[in-house]
Each structure stands twice: as structure tokens, then as C-alpha cells.
Design a protein around this ligand. Structure first.
Ligand code: 13P
Length: 268
């Protein structure tokens, strides 16, 4: 992969995954904080927030007319039917979500989601007009026994089975090493770059070099204002999927600002 190819222009993408945080009141406070700190200098960065299902409608209302986009943290692939407790892709789209996070490690480990299920969700999310963010990443035990590449490759191959190049303009991938999520431990820049480059390479093998070149790969796992500039400057890191630091307007917007700074340096 020619990482420094001057033709490569992937817009930085900063996503706030709120996880199971966000009553209606918290949603209003956080979004009002984010919107009040929004600045036209950030317009070259794509920004999206992912509140819980119950706050999507209110978030959609508050974000109307703003540059900040909306997504959901999960959804089920069937449109409707006897699936107690599930929310469909079509339902989240109706509430104004343009994106959906699929295959987050918390879904995989706590709710037993398999690559096969995630694959169905990805395929249906694109058919529904949504843009999926597919999460992949290894556990600490997998990294320590040198299985990172094999684990991520299997997740990619199985979750993306049956998809074609045509689907790829709608897909984003997030590399989230499980051992870095919510732990305060961040992948070193070298670890992040190595994994992102390996993902891009694998996508190149599966779907062609052009697809790989245009694909955005986000980093997730204890991304915060203190490490944002360093991680987001890496050649194969195209943005961030942020948990804890997305729950405060100040820290989330500091990361957006870091992405905007990097973008303007690259454009200069
Ligand atoms: P933290 O930023 O809290 O480590 O969470 C990362 C994550 O899981 C985002 O999806």
C-alpha cells in the first residue's frame, strides 16, 4: 500500500460511541455542549454521535441543520417480526440515523454476536441505506500469543463475506483492540499503524487496491485529547471511535479539533 500517495484523501471521521449512557436529559446537555463548541474550522472533519436507541429521536431533533451526524450502536437485520427486544435497521433509519456500529467487541463478547450475524447485519444495513461501521480487534490473550493478524483477518473475511466492491463506499472499519477499550491503555502509535496497515492490506487483497485506498479505518480504545493528535496523524488512521471521552463535550470536541488541525496541516 502506498501510504503516502498524495492522491489519497480520506476525510477524517470522528465518532462518539456513547454506549449505554444517555438519558434524554444527558443527551440534551451533551449535544448542546457539542453544538455550542462547533466551529466552522471543523467542517473538513466528519463527525457523528451514537446515542442509545432511546435517545435517537431527541438527538435527531437537536442535530437537525447541524454538521453533526447521527448513528445507532447496533440494530437487527430483519425489518420487523417476532424478535422481542430487538430494534431493526429500518427503525433506526426512520429516526434519522445514517450510520450503524456493527460487531462492537461488547456485542461480540457480552451478547454473543458472531461474524455470521454481523455479516447479515452489514449486508442489510447497506440495503437499508445506512452506512455501517464494522468493528474488529483482538483480545489481550490473542495479542500476546501473536494471533492479532489471524483474528482480525478472520473477523474481516467472515463479516464481509459476500459483499462486493460496490458496497465498500458505504463501509467504514474500526480497529478496536479489546484490551484498549475502557482500560486507559492505548495501542502505541506503532501498534495502531501496524494493525491499520494490515487491515488495509487485507481489504486490498479481498476487494482491490482502490477500495482499500479509499476505505476509512478508525482507531478505538482509550482515544482521548492527550493522545488524539499522535494517533490521528498516523498514515492509516482515518479517525476515531471514541467511548469514554465522547461523553463530555470538552474532550470530544478537543479530539475533533485535533482531527481538524491535522487535516489543515495536510492541506497546506
Ligand atoms: P473507550 O474510548 O472508552 O476506550 O471505548 C472505545 C470504544 O469501545 C468505542 O467504540
Amino acid at each position: 500500500m502506498r501510504e503516502n500517495d498524495p492522491k489519497v484523501e480520506r476525510q477524517k471521521f470522528i465518532c462518539g460511541n456513547w454506549k449505554m449512557h444517555g438519558t434524554l436529559e444527558q443527551t440534551r446537555t451533551l449535544l448542546q455542549g457539542i453544538l455550542s463548541q462547533w466551529n466552522s474550522e471543523y467542517s473538513d472533519v466528519e463527525v457523528a454521535v451514537f446515542p442509545p436507541f432511546t435517545a435517537l429521536m431527541e438527538a435527531s431533533r437537536l442535530l437537525q441543520g447541524s454538521a453533526i451526524q447521527l448513528g445507532a450502536q447496533n440494530a437487527y437485520y430483519e425489518d420487523d417480526g417476532a424478535f422481542t427486544g430487538e430494534v431493526s435497521l429500518r427503525m433506526i433509519a426512520e429516526l434519522g440515523a445514517g450510520f450503524v456500529i456493527l460487531g462492537h467487541s461488547e456485542r461480540r463478547t457480552l451478547f454473543c454476536e458472531t461474524d455470521e450475524l454481523i455479516n447479515k447485519k452489514i449486508e442489510r444495513s447497506i440495503a437499508t441505506g445506512l452506512m455501517p461501521i464494522l468493528c474488529v480487534g483482538e483480545s489481550l490473550e490473542e495479542r500476546e500469543r501473536g494471533a492479532t493478524d489471524a483474528v482480525v483477518t478472520k473477523q474481516l473475511e467472515h463479516s464481509l463475506a459476500g459483499l462486493t466492491i460496490r458496497h465498500f463506499s458505504r463501509i467504514t472499519i474500526a480497529y478496536e483492540p479489546v484490551w484498549a477499550i475502557g482500560t486507559g491503555k492505548t495501542a502505541t502509535p506503532a501498534q495502531a499503524q501496524e494493525s491499520h496497515a494490515a487491515i488495509r492490506d487485507r481489504i486490498g487483497t479481498l476487494f482491490g487496491r482502490e477500495t482499500a485506498r479509499d476505505l476509512r479505518i478508525l482507531y478505538g480504545g482509550s482515544l482521548k485529547p492527550e493522545n488524539a493528535h499522535e494517533l490521528l496523524s498516523l498514515p492509516d488512521v482515518d479517525g476515531g471511535l471514541i467511548g469514554g471521552a465522547s461523553l463530555k463535550a470538552d474532550s470530544f470536541m478537543a479530539i475533533v479539533q485535533a482531527a481538524a488541525q491535522i487535516t489543515s496541516q495536510q492541506q497546506a
